[in-house]
Design a protein. Sequence first.
Length: 202
Amino acid sequence: AEDLLFATLDPTMRQISLPGIDKAILSDTVGFVSNLPTQLVAAFRATLEEVTSADLILHVRDIAHPDTDAQRSDVEHVLAEIGAIGEEGAPMLEIWNKIDKLDAEAAAHVVAEATRRDDVMIVSALTGEGLEALRQGVSARLNLGSRVLNIVLPVSDGAALAWLHAHGEVLDQRIEGERVVVDVRLSEKDWARFEARWPQNG
């Protein structure tokens, strides 16, 4: 009965591949709800915890919805409150979906506006329009600021090795005596996380 922007409170995670990136984790987080009942606010925000550790946030908007700007404001307000965007948060890319639902004049206006911005991509999930460009754009942003690192771990440190496989792109891995040498591509953010957890490997 509430003003639903989207319907589900169930986040899901899946592994995907992108151009130049063998493995990325896509977390499909909770849909946003306006005027959420007080008793559900804590549960709602708990589902967004994954967002605070993201390297890139994709905000999928229904660009054909008459209240699309109000919906954007609701989402950005919540993300700012939990520290997911802003100075300490991840960069955000807006995905303007359902371009196919707009008439020619409205679509031209939306395309013109998106062209002036570097944080917007236009797609139609229904027709597939713009999806390949989106994959390329997400890949480019994830690789921005990343670097290939040579990390040496004790053979016994399975946790650190598993973390590198989960959060980076392992290009090469070899055992040299009692050590594992890993060549891995990591974003600056993930490299900082790794150093914080395993400072002896920094």
